[in-house]
Design a protein around this ligand. Structure first.
Ligand code: NAD
Length: 345
C-alpha cells in the first residue's frame, strides 16, 4: 500500500519542542536561500485566491523537476475576535513522476516559520550590516517568529513593539522573556520606529490601512512589510514606496497583492532572487531605504515542507495515511466496491 506520511499539528509541536528554534530558523533561512538561488528550476504562478466578505482562501502551488508542492491557506482578520487564527494552513508534497502525494503536513506553524525565515533572509542582505534595533508594528501570531529569526539571522538585539491591542504586546513580551532581548512597549508606530534600523509591519486588517507613515521612516532603514498581502489590504503610506527601493518575491503575484498594488504597473521593483544571484543590486548605500514588500510565495512553502519532511522522515512523529486508492489491478478500481479484500479494501 502506498502510504502518505502525515505530520499533525500536535506531532509537529512535539518535534519543535525538541529543537532550538533559532538554530532551526537559521537552517530554514539557508534552505529557502538555496531554493531562491535555483529560482528558474521552479514552475511559478500567482496564487489562486478566493475572496469573500469574511476573508480569503488561497492555493499556492509550485514544482521542480522532482517534487510538486502546494499550500492551502486562509486569511481571515476577523477570526481573532472569535478566538480563531487569522491564518491557518496545510500543505502537500507529491512526486512529479507518479503524481502521488507523499507528505501531508499542518502548515500554520510552518507558515510562521517560513515567513520569518524569508523576512530574515531578505533583511540579512538588504538591511544595514550594523542593524541592531527593530520596530515591530503588530504583535500577533507571527510576531515572535519574526523576532527570533531577526535576532538569529540578522543580529537584532532589541525590539520596540506596538499593537492596537495592548494584550498582544504583553503576550509578546512574556513569550520572548526567556531570550533576553531588550523589549520596549510603545503606544504607537511613531514612538516605536524612532531610532529603528529595521521596521516590521505585521498587522491584519482587510483594508488599505496606514500603520506606517512616511514621517516614521528615516534614511538607512529597512522595512519588512509582511501584513499587506491581499487585494485591498495594505499597510504603508504611499509616499514610503516612492522614497524606497522596493524588493519583492514574485513580481506578478506582488502586483496583485502587495503594497505595490497602490502604484502603476511600471513602478520599478526587483525580485529578490536576482539580488541573491548577483543579477541586481541590493542595498547600495547606508542612507538608502530598502523595502521588502512581502506577500508570501509558493517556493517558501515548498522549501519549508521539504525541509521538515527530511527532518521528521522516519521518526515516530509521522504516521502513514491511506490516502491513495490502489486496487490490485490498476484498471479495476470498481473491484474494491464490489468485493472486499483487494488492496485498500
Ligand atoms: P494576527 O491577527 O494574529 O495579528 C495581527 C495583529 O495586528 C493583531 O495583534 C492586531 O491587534 C494588530 N493590528 C491590527 N491593526 C493594527 C494597527 N493599525 N496598528 C498596530 N497593530 C495592529 O495576524 P498574524 O497571523 O500575525 O498575521 C499578520 C498579517 O501578516 C496578516 O495580514 C497575514 O495575512 C500576514 N501574513 C503575511 C505573510 C507573508 O508571507 N507575507 C505570512 C503570514 C501572514
Amino acid at each position: 500500500m502506498t502510504s502518505v506520511s502525515f505530520l499533525s499539528v500536535e506531532e509537529l509541536l512535539e518535534w519543535l519542542r525538541t529543537q532550538d528554534i533559532q538554530t532551526l530558523l537559521v537552517e530554514l533561512t539557508e534552505r529557502i536561500e538555496a531554493d531562491f538561488l535555483r529560482w528558474d528550476s521552479f514552475d511559478k504562478t500567482p496564487r489562486v485566491a478566493n475572496h469573500s466578505q469574511f476573508g480569503v482562501i488561497e492555493l499556492m502551488p509550485t514544482q521542480d523537476e522532482i517534487t510538486y508542492g502546494f499550500k492551502y491557506v486562509n486569511g481571515h482578520p476577523i477570526n481573532t475576535k472569535l478566538g480563531k487564527q487569522t491564518v491557518t494552513a496545510f500543505g502537500v508534497l507529491s512526486d512529479v513522476e507518479s503524481g502521488y502525494p507523499r507528505f501531508l503536513s499542518e502548515m500554520t506553524y510552518l507558515t510562521a516559520l517560513r515567513t520569518a525565515a524569508t523576512s530574515a533572509m531578505v533583511a540579512k542582505h538588504l538591511a544595514r550590516k550594523d542593524s541592531k534595533h527593530m520596530a515591530m508594528i503588530g504583535a500577533g501570531a507571527q510576531a515572535e517568529f519574526q523576532a527570533l529569526a531577526f535576532a538569529a539571522v540578522v543580529g537584532i538585539e532589541s525590539f520596540a513593539v506596538t499593537d492596537t491591542d495592548p494584550a498582544a504586546v504583553e503576550k509578546f513580551i512574556l513569550n520572548m522573556q526567556p531570550y533576553g532581548f531588550e523589549i520596549v512597549s510603545c503606544l504607537d508606530a511613531n514612538s516605536a520606529t524612532a531610532g529603528a534600523d529595521v521596521i516590521t509591519t505585521c498587522t491584519a486588517d482587510k483594508r488599505n490601512a496606514i500603520v506606517l507613515e512616511d514621517a516614521d521612516v528615516a534614511p538607512g532603514m529597512h522595512i519588512n512589510a509582511i501584513g499587506g498581502d491581499c487585494p485591498g489590504k495594505t499597510e504603508l503610506e504611499l509616499d514610503i514606496l516612492n522614497g524606497a527601493t522596493v524588493f519583492v518575491e514574485y513580481e506578478p503575484q506582488t502586483r496583485i497583492e502587495g503594497e505595490i498594488q497602490a502604484v502603476d504597473d511600471d513602478f520599478p521593483v526587483t525580485e529578490f532572487h536576482q539580488v541573491l544571484k548577483g543579477q541586481a543590486p541590493g542595498r547600495i548605500s547606508d542612507s538608502q531605504i530598502t523595502l521588502f514588500d512581502s506577500v508570501g510565495f509558493a517556493i517558501e512553502d515548498f522549501s519549508v515542507l521539504a525541509f521538515i519532511e527530511e527532518r521528521v522522515f522516519d521518526t515516530q512523529h509521522v504516521v502513514g495515511l491511506d490516502l491513495v486508492a490502489e486496487p490490485a489491478e490498476a484498471k479495476d478500481l470498481f473491484a474494491n466496491i464490489a468485493r472486499k479484500g483487494n488492496s485498500n479494501g
